[in-house]
Design a protein around this ligand. Structure first.
Ligand code: CA
Length: 331
């Protein structure tokens, strides 16, 4: 296997605070010996654990990038026991394009793990994170939101894991994040996810879904900033107590029927909003024909009792789109 070509322009293990780049060689028509320059900040001081904080794994999700810019700017080495590695724009080409997947290779970074050192730019990023950054980390926080096509209740999430002690450590860190909701999350397709790669290396992993629609709000940005600070306090890297704004409601996605998919394309009429309680068989959306009037809509009904935790964001749907996720109150 070849060596990963990504080179940090700053040392990852030096005390103090440094801002630089992960330099990814990318030879192309407009830059023969060019590079993709992925911003990175390292803040290190004394003994303690390492936290890796990443945003823009998907390029159209903004709470993570906002929070991580704030932290990279604000946190001083004297406040730190251990090390914080901050990458606000992990899939930098996607972030610059404002798109979920990279415009360079059309790869979804969050399905590219553990990556390839000899692959496309996104596969190289995944491989560098998987083989270099995750092994040196104890805690990993990877921010997500709904992007342009989904919207979420603001939650931090952990997964059900085979290792009960690791799962408990992840849940404790997720609860410390202190989002308004705390989710035990089910994935449609966990293969290739950053989450799966980190968890399989035995690390404490926190992910989030903090909003969506391809933008951030004042509230979702506040939740994101406070959450990262809380995780760093929980890890013992920053001093001070966890700051919570009200409680965090526990949610669970116990089965695949939490997901509701569109069986045809059309014009979406929501019948239940985010956070609304619904009961099994209750209509939660209609899909009207997008090519004629006078024809009945397709009605989408709830597969189970619960709370609308996610919804399709754009006004038009395609067949197969995720229309809604219904979560249930958890323990
Ligand atoms: Ca995402």
């Amino acid at each position: 296997m070849s060596r990963n070509p990504i080179t940090p322009t700053i040392p990852l293990d030096a005390p103090g605070k440094a801002h630089g780049f992960l330099r990814l060689p990318y030879s192309r028509n407009d830059s023969a010996w060019g590079n993709v320059m992925i911003p990175v900040t390292v803040i290190a001081n004394g003994q303690g654990p390492t936290a890796l904080l990443t945003g823009a794994n998907h390029g159209d999700e903004y709470e993570g990038p906002i929070a991580l810019q704030q932290l990279a700017w604000q946190i001083e080495p004297a406040e730190v026991s251990g090390r914080i590695i901050i990458i606000p724009y992990l899939n930098y080409p996607a972030f610059r394009a404002g798109t979920r997947v990279s415009p360079i290779d059309q790869v979804n970074l969050n399905r590219a793990f553990p990556g390839r050192p000899d692959g496309t730019p996104s596969q190289k990023i995944a491989h560098y994170v998987n083989d270099v950054l995750v092994p040196m980390s104890d805690f990993v926080l990877d921010y997500h939101s709904g992007g342009r096509t989904l919207d979420f209740l603001p939650y931090a999430a952990a997964h059900h894991l085979d290792d009960a002690a690791q799962q408990a450590a992840c849940v404790a860190a997720v609860r410390a994040f202190g989002a308004p909701y705390t989710m035990m999350m089910r994935e449609i397709d966990a293969v290739g996810m950053f989450d799966t790669a980190v968890e399989s290396q035995g690390k404490v992993f926190v992910t989030t879904e903090l909003g969506g629609g391809g933008t951030a709000t004042a509230r979702s940005a506040r939740i994101a900033i406070r959450g990262a600070m809380n995780v760093l306090r929980h890890a013992g890297i920053l001093q001070g107590g966890i700051e919570l704004e009200g409680g965090s409601q526990m949610l669970d996605m116990p089965a695949d029927d939490c997901f509701h998919f569109a069986s045809r394309a059309g014009l979406l009429q929501p019948l239940a909003d985010l956070g609304e309680q619904v009961v099994r068989d209750q209509p939660i959306a209609r899909i009207w024909p997008d090519d004629r009037s006078g024809t009945a809509p397709v009605e989408v009904t709830a597969n189970r009792d619960g709370l609308i935790a996610a919804r399709h964001f754009p006004g038009l749907v395609q067949s197969g789109d995720c229309l809604a996720v219904i979560a249930v109150a958890g323990g």
